[in-house]
Each structure stands twice: as structure tokens, then as C-alpha cells.
Design a protein around this ligand. Structure first.
Ligand SMILES: [Zn+2]
Length: 74
């Protein structure tokens, strides 16, 4: 299963991508550990790859404990 707890709530890959992107993605891959600590609070960061539209693939990073988030967009 790839659901994970983020800020105290269980999220699916689609929901995690939506939290970072602001819109629901077309598709999202399984949530993975990002092998980094949050720059704000030092807690675990997870990542999810998703397609916000048919021509773009984005990897989002999200802290499991606070509101910090980032993407690999330029
Ligand atoms: Zn954090």
C-alpha cells in the first residue's frame, strides 16, 4: 500500500499530489521516501511523481509533519 500519513492525515498518492499542486493530477505514482529531511522541521520527507497534464511529469516533495513542500520544476 502506498498511502501515507501527512500532517496527521492518511493520504493517497493522488491526494498528496493535489496537496502540493493545488489541483488533482491525471495520474500519480506510488508515494516513496525522498531520502531527505525537511529543511523547516527536520522530519521525514516523502515524494510522489504525477502528471498534472498530459505533457508534464512532476515529482513533488512533501514533509510528513509540517506544511513544507516543493517540486522538481525549474
Ligand atoms: Zn517539515
Amino acid at each position: 500500500m502506498s498511502n501515507r500519513v501527512v500532517e496527521g492525515r492518511m493520504v493517497t498518492p493522488e491526494r498528496l499530489a493535489e496537496l502540493v499542486e493545488g489541483e488533482r493530477p491525471l495520474e500519480a505514482e506510488a508515494i516513496q521516501d525522498a531520502d531527505m529531511d525537511c529543511p523547516d522541521c527536520g522530519e521525514n520527507v516523502i515524494s510522489v511523481g504525477y502528471m498534472p497534464n498530459i505533457t508534464e511529469f512532476v515529482t513533488a516533495f512533501k514533509c510528513q509533519e509540517c506544511s513544507w513542500a516543493d517540486t522538481d520544476r525549474d
